[in-house]
Each structure stands twice: as structure tokens, then as C-alpha cells.
Design a binder for this molecule. Structure first.
Ligand SMILES: [Zn+2]
Ligand SMILES: [Zn+2]
Length: 858
């Protein structure tokens, strides 16, 4: 046994050398220490700011901080996209606080103001403290959020020069009341958008429109703020920043902060004796493997945190590890899963720092609220979804001089499997981008209404809101929401337009899960996921307990459940059809073809299977009587010709399995290129599609109007589908397994799937594709077509607790068939549906529409 606190390298070798684990370590990456690169303080940074920074131990800024400061000062919007703990906040606070200090010399003490936006209230509060540490008290920094007492709000509006808030509050509280904020807005010099990689998918698209509304209001008051964005390291941060703000941005990406050496291992659990669906081999779960490794590390007195994806997994890893350890050591292992009180968190921090606690299994909740750093090792049971989270978690390990160990343990799915065999995807240039689509008419429509309510919309304003804006206005007028008078558009309703949209809503009212005997509300499920997860007869997991759904009432959006312990899980069966509404772009790939455009997906959950938990054996199938649902969204699709199928030696009976397998794996791999998870996207594969006349595979955004994920897939299709092909081909299973082509939540029960034919199909498609390098620059900036999460999920719910089913993201827009037909006949690209959604929402906020033509009439 190596000595206590052995170097990480030796530790990893020991872990993989013992207990027959020799072939599980698939890669070892040595991340050398990186020395700090400093730059002088820009001479215009106020001495007060420099002095407080120096008092806090920052003698000189790192090079990237100084670069960002200078860009900001020159009036250039800038996005700082560097690693965790690289001091991004000093990069924007330097110029912001300096200008605010100058502003305090104005006659009213507020010659310049700045607005700070964080995705969460907690982060804004944290940043207020940081600003207060750096700035003298005459820079008045204040929080403005839902918790700000009314009596303080007026003070903030009148006197604060640095206001910290969140996009929701800007949307609902500040912009609609802009007149009361006029003195603040008039002098608005900077807008800080922190953690901007969090603004992705539909949520990101909403925030982008809120920022456009802010820019329009500022322009009316004569200000033109510079946007300072902070992001995790991603691909194309400048493109994302521009989509988010609508302004060109300069990216600062050369990280000048120092880093200790790290040994990073990639680890694949072994195949087990167990078999899954259709006899597929199953790997040991990442959590079980993590418990084994944690046991060994704790035995060596190595302070270790294991990050898992769900609360239940945190408990499991802790319990299993305790079971495997002798008594005194077992007490030094615990689980942490969010929801703890501040005192409990502090106690936890202390025991980790002191070494009393050696092993902790935690959800990512630990990323917020608990300061643990300087650990010896970090284990990640499953890829946390984005590189940003990966580095955030890995970064918990390491003390100044000593090296640290991080190990990523793959889960049994295509993305994790791909990553542990393709280290370059993690350690080379990032390929994953934060995507959003501000031009989604479903997103844009309510913001146009909100903007018109703030100040009448004029034609010159439309440019700001993008190409989808002009065609939407007449539709909104027809719906009685806007009215044109002279050359401006006015909001006509008495309701507040801003109330018609919830930035974080996923569309549709969520379904409430109610415990039948007690009437207690257990939680909610997105409307989009309800049909597949809380249908009558479904097994619903909630905080580790299992419930049976007794009745799912569509009309009242309530699922009645009762505590039960059935020996099975359920999985819904559905049928999905897809049709092409319009094609924006098509690229020939030799004989094959790749397209991007608008589609309509009709999905109906028709029944469910009961599967025995212990063996995976199918115990029976039940039918369900649920109505079909229609989703109009954006999709990427590819097709091949008959001749290509001949070349690939794929006879007609193998085609459905080949296309289906390729579809599953491609859905699994798309999150590598766009920050979505497999629950944000869906897919359909069709041996002969009526709209293309060819075998076609579709991958679509699971949100009305799209979310930008499919579009990113289109832009990076060569890389994406090449990675998909690699993931399938490299899997050691014989005929398909969860690590390659099986999807845990396939609506067709993973049947048919043909792994070998899928590889041949992708080969023949990719043979005609351009070189991957040619893909860059084919972003929408060039295409200029009408261009858009539900990340209400907090990263705590892992797949084992999560109820959505990938590959079949259920639609959120649920019109009745006649309404859908009418919408299809009208309006391009969902404008009509988008307008109707605003109408519905606006109508919901008060009892009566003002003009009698409200929801009741439509
Ligand atoms: Zn496999
Ligand atoms: Zn499937």
C-alpha cells in the first residue's frame, strides 16, 4: 500500500493495478502546472480599486483580466471565457467600479451606473459582497430582486449606482417600470452578464430578447451600455455573446491564472454478467464503480469527493462505501445532497478541511454554497453534462504545491463511452458551444408585446429584434394584442404584457403530482414530459421513494399517485410521425443530403411496458388512451439514396434498424457539440419518408419553435456524425448496448436496432461529406434564415430519477387537432401559434380580456 498522500500519479496506478481493474483506465492525461501570467494595472483603473484588490492579495491582474479591462474601457463589448477560479469578476469589476467611482463625483453622486445580471439570486448576493469588498462605500451597490422589500426598492432606483439582479426581475420588474428607473438608465454605462453559458436553449433565447428590450429602452434614454459577459470555456464564446446581446463582442480566452498539476484519469466500468433489453450486455453502473474506488481512496486516507447526478445516487455511493469499509473508517464517509442549512454546510466544510471526513458523495449542489477546495481527489460518476461543470468539479481537487487526482467514470451511455475513448474531446479545444435562438417566434412574440407595452414599437426597432419580428406584427395585430396607429405598434390589453411569459417556463402549465390519500403536492412535471412519465399506471420516483400513478387527469393537469413498491419500472410506448414544413438550407453530401428547417412532430403515447427491476424482464404491456400532441419545431435531417444503400450493403430489412440505431447514437452525441442534454432533443428515423422520398433520420428540438440545438447539429454535422459513427463502431458489445445504440427511453422499446448496419449507413453518408474544417463559418451569420431550457432541471436529477425519455422529447404545445390544422394552413413558421400562445397567457393573467375577443373566442 503506498504511503499516505502519495502523488496522484501513483494513486491512479494503484487504483487501476488492484482487484483486476487493469483495463478500466482508458486514458491518463497529465495537466502540467501552468504558471501565472501577469499584466500591469491599466493606468485608468482607480487607485481605490487597485488598493482594495491589493489588500485582498491581488498585487497585479492576470493578463486576461487586464485584457478584458482594456477592451471594456474602449467601449467594446467583451466576453471573458476562461477557466473556473480565473478571476473573471475582477476583469469586469475593474472598469465598472472605476467608472462608477468617477460617477460619484457628479453633482447628484450618480454620474454613471451599472447593471449586473446573474442567473440566480444567490450568485447576485455573492457578487454584491465581492463588489463591496473592492469598492469604497460611496459606490452604492444594491440587490434588486423578488426579496427586496418595497421600501428599499425606491431607494435602489433613486440612489444605487450598481444594481445586481437577475434576468427575470429585469423582465418583469425593471423594464415595464422603466420610467421610474429613468435616472438609472440614462447613465447606464455597463451591463454585466455573469455565468452567461447558463443562458442556453429556450431560456437563453428569452434572455436574449430581454437584453434587446433593455438596449431599446436605454437608447430612448440616450445611453448605450457596454456589455461585459463572463462565461465558462466553450466553443465560439464571441458568437454566443453576440446572439445573446445582439452586439458584436470580443472574446478573451487566454487564461493567465496559474494552475497546479493534475492527473486526470478516464475510466470505464466493466461489463457485467447481467443482461438488459434484447439480451444486451450491461456495464457496472458508474455509481457502483465510484463506491469501489472511493473505498480504496478512503482506506488510503485520501480526501475525496464523488460527484454524482442524483440525490439517490449520492446516498447509494455513501452507503455502499460505508459497507465496504471497516468500522472506524466507515464513519468518515457521508452523503451531501443539497437542501442543507447554512450551519450544516459550514460543519461539513470544517470536517472536510480538518480531514475528519475523508469521503463525501455529493450531487452538484455542492458547486453552490459549500467551499471545499484543496481535496486530494475528485471522482465524477458520469459526465456532468458540460465541460464547464466537468472542470468546475475537477477543480475542487488540488492544493498549491501538491498535485491532484481527478477521475471521470463513464456511465453506460454513448456520450460517456465516447468521451472516455476520445480524450481529445475533453482536453483539446472545446467543441461544445452554448446555443440559443433568439429568433424563435414562440420566444419573440411575447417579447414584442412586452416591448410595445414599454414603449410603442416603431419600424426602426424591428431591426433590433431580428428577422422574425416584422412578419409577427401583423399576426399579433390580428389576434388583437397589438394595434398599429401611425407608424407605431401599441399594446392593446389592460394586462401587463410582461406577465405573459415566464423566462424559465417550458411552455404549457406543469402537471401537479398529488399524493392521493393526503392531498399533499409532491412536485410537478413539465407538461411536455407528463404523457410519458405520469400516465395512469406509471411508476413515479420521488426522492428515492416509488409511487404508482392512480389517475392522470389531463383536464386539470393533475396526476394522483400513491406510495407503492412494485417490483417493476414502467416505460411508455409511443408513436411519432414527423413532416417537413419548410426547408431553410440543404447541403449535398455527395449523393446524400443534409437539411435544416421547420418540422411538425405528432406524438402519441399509446401504452407502457412493465419491466421487472431485478432482471429487466418484460412483465406485460398495457394500453393507454391519450390524445396525440403536435409540436412545431426546428430539425436537422439527413437522407441517403437507394444506390447508397446498395453500396453500403444494407438490404431493406436492415434499413429500419440501421437508421434507428444511428438516430439513437446521434441524439446521445449531440450534447458534445451543443450544451443540451438528451432530454432537450428528440429524433425520428423513417425508412422512406414522404417528404424526402428517401430513408431519412431527423433530430429535432423538443421545444416549440426550436431551441438552437438542432441548428448547431446542422452546423457541425460532419464532426457530430463522425463522432456518432466512432461511438458505435468502437463499442465492444456485439449487437448494440446502452453504451452505443440503445436508448434508455426509446419509445419503441429499442427495436429494431442494427448496430453493424448503422456504421455502414453512416460511412456511406459521411463518404460524401465535406471536410470537417469547412464547417466553421457556416453559422447563421452567413445563412440569415429565420432563425432558438427547460433547464429548469438543476443538474441534480440524474437519469435514474429523471422522468423524461430521450429520443422522444414530448411536445409542449398541445393544441387540439382543428387548431393545429388551422395553424398549419396559416402563418409561416409558427408565427400564428406563437401569437396565440401570447394571447392565451395574457388572457390567463386576468379574468376577462378587455375587448371580448380573448381566449374564449379563439
Ligand atoms: Zn455497445
Ligand atoms: Zn428509439
Amino acid at each position: 500500500m503506498p504511503p499516505r498522500h502519495s502523488p496522484p500519479e501513483a494513486l491512479l496506478t494503484t487504483l487501476s493495478a488492484t482487484r483486476g481493474r487493469s483495463d478500466r483506465l482508458t486514458h491518463t492525461e497529465h495537466l502540467p502546472a501552468r504558471p501565472a501570467r501577469y499584466a500591469p494595472w491599466p493606468d485608468w483603473i482607480r487607485p481605490e480599486v487597485v488598493a482594495s484588490a491589493q489588500a485582498m492579495g491581488v498585487r497585479q491582474p492576470w493578463a486576461h483580466q487586464a485584457e478584458a479591462m482594456n477592451l471594456a474601457k474602449s467601449g467594446q463589448s467583451v466576453v471573458i471565457a476562461t477557466g473556473t477560479a480565473s478571476g473573471k469578476s475582477l476583469g469586469y469589476l475593474g472598469p465598472v467600479l472605476s467608472d462608477l467611482l468617477v460617477g460619484t463625483e457628479a453633482r447628484n453622486g450618480r454620474g454613471a451606473t451599472a447593471l449586473y445580471l446573474a442567473p440566480t439570486k444567490a450568485l447576485a448576493a455573492d457578487q454584491r459582497r465581492r463588489a463591496a469588498e473592492l469598492a469604497p462605500p460611496r459606490v452604492r451597490a444594491a440587490l434588486y430582486d423578488g426579496d427586496t422589500p418595497p421600501e428599499e426598492r425606491e431607494w435602489v432606483r433613486q440612489y444605487a449606482s450598481y444594481v445586481l439582479t437577475n434576468p427575470d426581475m429585469l423582465h418583469r420588474g425593471i423594464l415595464p417600470a422603466h420610467a421610474r428607473w429613468s435616472s438609472f438608465l440614462k447613465t447606464l454605462r455597463y451591463v454585466v452578464v455573469d455565468e452567461c453559458h447558463g443562458y442556453r436553449g429556450v431560456f437563453g433565447s428569452h434572455v436574449a430578447q430581454v437584453l434587446r428590450r433593455l438596449r431599446r429602452i436605454c437608447a430612448r434614454y440616450g445611453s448605450s451600455p457596454v456589455f461585459l459577459l463572463a462565461s465558462a470555456t466553450t466553443a465560439d464564446p464571441a458568437v454566443t455573446a453576440q446572439r445573446l446581446t445582439g452586439l458584436p463582442a470580443e472574446a478573451v480566452t487566454e487564461d493567465g491564472s496559474p494552475r497546479g498539476p493534475m492527473v486526470f484519469g478516464l475510466w470505464e466500468p466493466p461489463l457485467t454478467e447481467n443482461v438488459g433489453e434484447h439480451g444486451a450486455p450491461v456495464r457496472r453502473t458508474a455509481t457502483a464503480e465510484a463506491a469501489h474506488l472511493l473505498t480504496d481512496l478512503v482506506e488510503r486516507e485520501t480526501r475525496t469527493v464523488v460527484f454524482v447526478r442524483s440525490r439517490r445516487a449520492a446516498e447509494l455511493v455513501a452507503l455502499q462505501t460505508q459497507d465496504q469499509l471497516p468500522r472506524p473508517l466507515a464513519d468518515r464517509v457521508a452523503a451531501y445532497r443539497g437542501g442543507y442549512l447554512a450551519d450544516e454546510r459550514r460543519a461539513l466544510e470544517r470536517s472536510l478541511h480538518s480531514g475528519r471526513l475523508l469521503g463525501l458523495a455529493s450531487t452538484s449542489a455542492l458547486e453552490l454554497g459549500v467551499d471545499i477546495s484543496g481535496l486530494d481527489a475528485v471522482l465524477m460518476a458520469g459526465y456532468p453534462g458540460t465541460r464547464a461543470s466537468l472542470w468546475q468539479q475537477a477543480g475542487r481537487a488540488g492544493r498549491e504545491a501538491q498535485g491532484a487526482l481527478a477521475v471521470l467514470i463513464a456511465r453506460d451511455d454513448p456520450l460517456d463511452t465516447y468521451l472516455v475513448h476520445h480524450p481529445e474531446a475533453l482536453f483539446a479545444t472545446p467543441v461544445e458551444a452554448t446555443v440559443l435562438d433568439p429568433d424563435n417566434p414562440h420566444v419573440l412574440a411575447p417579447h414584442l408585446c412586452a416591448a410595445a407595452a414599454e414603449l410603442p414599437l416603431t419600424d426602426p426597432d424591428l431591426e433590433l429584434f431580428g428577422p422574425s419580428a416584422a412578419p409577427l406584427l401583423p399576426v399579433l395585430e390580428r389576434r388583437g394584442l397589438l394595434r398599429r396607429r401611425g407608424d407605431a405598434w401599441y399594446w392593446t390589453r389592460r394586462e401587463r404584457a410582461a406577465d405573459a411569459v415566464d423566462l424559465r417556463g417550458s411552455g404549457g402549465s406543469p402537471v401537479q403530482i398529488v399524493e392521493a390519500p393526503t392531498g399533499r403536492l409532491l412536485g410537478t412535471v413539465d407538461a411536455s414530459a407528463a404523457h410519458t412519465t405520469v400516465h395512469t399506471g406509471a411508476v413515479h420516483l420521488h426522492q428515492g421513494r416509488s409511487y404508482l400513478v392512480r389517475d392522470f387527469d389531463l383536464d386539470s393537469s393533475v396526476a394522483l399517485v400513491e406510495l407503492a413498491d412494485p417490483p417493476y419500472t414502467t416505460s411508455a410506448r409511443d408513436i411519432t410521425s414527423i413532416s417537413v414544413l419548410s426547408t431553410d438550407t440543404t447541403v449535398d453530401w455527395g449523393e446524400g443530403r443534409l437539411s435544416f428547417g421547420s418540422v411538425e412532430v405528432v406524438n402519441q403515447v399509446v401504452g407502457y411496458l412493465r419491466k421487472r427491476i431485478s432482471t429487466g424482464e418484460i412483465m406485460g404491456e398495457s394500453k393507454l388512451d391519450l390524445p396525440p400532441r403536435t409540436l412545431r419545431t426546428r430539425a436537422v435531417w439527413w437522407s441517403v439514396t437507394e444506390d447508397q444503400l446498395l453500396d453500403a450493403d444494407i438490404p431493406p430489412d436492415q434499413l429500419p434498424g440501421a437508421a434507428h440505431a444511428a438516430e439513437h447514437a446521434s441524439i446521445g452525441l449531440l450534447p458534445l457539440f451543443a450544451t443540451c442534454d438528451r432530454w432537450d432533443i428528440g429524433g425520428v428515423s423513417v425508412p422512406l419518408h414522404p417528404d424526402t422520398g428517401l430513408p431519412t433520420v431527423f433530430v429535432y428540438d423538443g421545444h416549440p419553435g426550436g431551441a438552437g440545438f438542432a441548428e448547431r447539429g446542422f452546423q457541425r454535422a460532419v464532426r457530430w456524425l463522425t463522432a456518432t459513427r466512432e461511438a458505435i463502431a468502437a463499442c465492444e458489445c456485439e449487437r448494440g448496448c446502452p453504451s452505443c445504440v440503445q436508448s434508455p427511453k426509446c419509445g419503441n422499446g429499442n427495436d429494431p436496432l442494427d448496430k453493424a448496419a448503422a456504421v455502414r449507413l453512416l460511412d456511406v453518408l459521411l463518404a460524401g461529406a465535406p471536410a470537417a474544417a469547412e464547417e466553421t463559418g457556416r453559422d447563421r451569420e452567413a445563412a440569415q434564415d429565420g432563425p432558438d431550457g427547460r433547464h429548469g432541471r438543476d443538474g441534480q436529477a440524474g437519469p435514474d430519477e429523471r422522468d423524461g425519455r430521450d429520443g422522444r422529447v414530448a411536445p409542449t404545445h398541445v393544441p387540439d387537432p382543428t387548431e393545429a390544422a388551422q395553424a398549419a394552413a396559416e402563418a409561416a413558421d409558427g408565427a400564428e401559434a406563437a401569437a396565440r400562445a401570447v394571447e392565451r397567457e395574457a388572457g390567463r393573467t386576468t379574468d376577462r380580456p378587455t375587448d371580448g375577443s380573448g381566449p374564449g373566442a379563439s
